[in-house]
Design a binder for this molecule. Structure first.
Ligand code: SF4
Ligand SMILES: [Zn+2]
Length: 348
């Protein structure tokens, strides 16, 4: 294990989960998503599982999902009870998204019989099902099980590639897999005619704002023919993570909202008819992507509307005075060799 992987592991050595209820999902809610290119209601469930196997072994530098995991075994019955509990609040949404702060296809989190039972329940009710997984758990055998019981075109699998650059994925994100692993998994998913959603990370640690933007755009160029949809995830500072460790030392700042706008505009030009969306988690806060504070809400709303309707006009935003400061940072940061104070808003 390299130094960064070891560090990420050690950050969690004294961690104990606050919630230990094996029958309580982390969260469930309703939101808007897209099916057949049209906005539709979506029901989102986050299961509380043992936790992502990679997180238990070491973990990605920005990922605090483990804060909601149990870190101990639970039964498959527990997971199904969580599902039933969430589904009590299901209100006819056409899309159901299942997240488990890890991998839907990791048998250590959810076993095959539970996966099938859940999908079998859902296909009676919904038009589209979305799950996510690390590539190493996406096998022909597991895909075939799902293929037998679903309509493939409405089953979507998300993979957190983060970047197409293996150096950045290893040295900044500590992701634990490389581009070829992603590509191999994507080929398997395509073979079964399922849809692929690829998550990209905007601004991993150690990259300047400009490097982070360029990395996203280069990644979009590289995956445009592989993925069906791109989900851009700007980094937010989650508890007990390596990113938080740097942030508290003023060595990391989440991206500017202007950077998100730039990535969305340039990416959309590259992917054409394909979709790119962005959920600005923690937007406008110190821990999340932000601008000066005055223009944040308006921009976040536009990003969220763009994510639904893909209208580029929404990204043509009136420039606030902080826009010049953002441009200055893009110009200057590369000459500072890490000495620039990494905050574009005062830290309290
Ligand atoms: S980002 Fe995904 S793969 Fe990485 S630790 Fe979190 S859940 Fe696991
Ligand atoms: Zn501003």
């Amino acid at each position: 294990m390299n130094e960064l992987a070891e560090f990420c592991k050690n950050l969690k050595k004294d961690f104990t989960p606050k919630i230990k209820n094996t029958r309580e999902p982390v969260k469930y809610w309703s939101e808007i998503d897209i099916i057949d290119n049209k906005p539709s209601d979506a029901f989102v469930i986050i299961f509380r599982t043992k936790g992502c196997s990679w997180s238990i072994k070491s973990g990605c530098t920005m990922c605090g999902y483990f804060n909601d995991s149990l870190w101990e075994n639970l039964t498959q019955e527990d997971i199904f009870i969580q599902f039933e509990k969430a589904m009590d609040k299901y209100n006819g949404e056409k899309i159901v998204k299942i997240f488990n702060s890890g991998s839907f296809f990791d048998d250590k989190e959810i076993k095959s019989k539970t996966r099938i039972k859940i999908i079998n329940e859902l296909i009676k009710k919904v038009d589209k099902i979305s799950v996510e997984s690390r590539p190493e758990y996406i096998t022909n055998e597991k895909l075939a099980e799902i293929y037998d019981i679903t309509t493939p075109k409405n089953f979507e699998i998300g993979i957190g590639l983060e970047t197409a650059n293996d150096f950045i994925r290893e040295k900044s994100i500590n992701k634990g897999f490389n581009f070829n692993h992603y590509h191999d998994a994507a080929k398997k998913i395509k073979k079964y005619d399922f849809k692929i959603k690829t998550y990209l990370l905007l601004k991993p640690p150690f990259l300047t704002e400009e490097e982070a933007i360029n990395d996203n755009i280069e990644t979009v160029e590289k995956i445009k023919s592989i993925t069906d949809i791109i989900s851009l995830n700007p980094t937010n500072v989650q508890r007990n993570t390596y990113v938080e460790y740097l942030w508290k030392r003023n060595q990391y700042s989440p991206p500017w909202l202007w950077s998100i706008i730039k990535v969305l505009i340039d990416s959309k030009k590259i992917i054409g008819e394909k979709r790119i969306k962005c959920d600005v988690v923690g937007g406008g806060s110190y821990r999340g992507p932000h601008n000066c504070g005055k223009c944040d809400n308006e921009i976040i709303n536009k990003i969220s509307n763009f994510s639904i309707n893909q209208n580029m006009d929404l990204l043509n935003i009136k420039k606030c005075e902080c826009y010049e400061t953002w441009l200055d940072q893009l110009d200057i940061e590369k000459f500072c060799f890490g000495s620039q104070i990494n905050s574009h808003r005062k830290i309290i």
